[in-house]
Design a protein around this ligand. Sequence first.
Ligand SMILES: Nc1ncnc2c1ncn2[C@@H]1O[C@H](COP(=O)(O)OP(=O)(O)OP(=O)(O)O)[C@@H](O)[C@H]1O
Ligand SMILES: [Mg+2]
Length: 251
Amino acid sequence: MMLTVNNIEKSFFGSGKLQLAVIDKISFTVKSGKITAIFGPNGCGKTTLLKIIAGLISSDKGSIELNNKSSEKNKIGFVFQNYSSSLFPWWKVWENIGLNLKIKGILSVDIKRQVENLLVKTGIALPLENYPYVLSGGQQQLCAILRELINSPALLLLDEPFASLDYHNRILFEEKFLQLIHPQNIPTIIISHDVEESIYLADEVIVVSARPASILKKVKITLPRPRKNFMRISKEFTNLRNEILKHVAVK
Ligand SMILES: Nc1ncnc2c1ncn2[C@@H]1O[C@H](COP(=O)(O)OP(=O)(O)OP(=O)(O)O)[C@@H](O)[C@H]1O
Ligand SMILES: [Mg+2]
């Protein structure tokens, strides 16, 4: 499986007849089992790009292909930026994780078993019989990620999944996330405005400019896998960080 993003351009109509250019000629590829991080400032067009890749909105120019098919014809997992409103508060945790299975018409007893198996397989502990409000922000986000993974998507798109966590929880859940995602072999895009998170998670970091988002630099992340937290203080990590920051507003 391979995602190809080819020369995407997008403008919105702003106030009056003014065109608001949001994406400017973005091209990149993501192979199976690889994670690409898109690192850029607030409001530059990252969520818009992800929605175009998912086929939720159309681009003005360019194309998106997943194994030579347009992305609308594929099963895509999308974890939205606003996680707190992406879980149903009146559904238990296991029901939320099993949403896509329910849509397929799978029986509740089988959904529950599949959810339990997924947790055992990934070593993640969640209170499945509780409702989302008892979970921490990071746990809620894990639910949203598990809900997509259980559906074996052809492509996984995550929009700033750890943005609201404190540092300790962030590194904990980033580690869990990699444990979850790594065996799945799915091309994955993660949007982030945190340089350290981008490096820790990704195989490639794409640095994008302020709006309209255009590619400033693609940086290959050479750190070995599995990633370990001690790597964050390594010389290699610092060098990658400096290489990325050289291309943003540190001038
Ligand atoms: N449907 C829309 N109509 C008009 N303008 C839009 C629409 N969606 C987004 N925009 C504008 O496009 C720009 C980019 O928005 P987008 O949500 O893609 O940014 P972002 O990089 O994800 O920002 P953040 O880091 O804050 O999440 C913003 O100026 C936003 O106001
Ligand atoms: Mg966004």
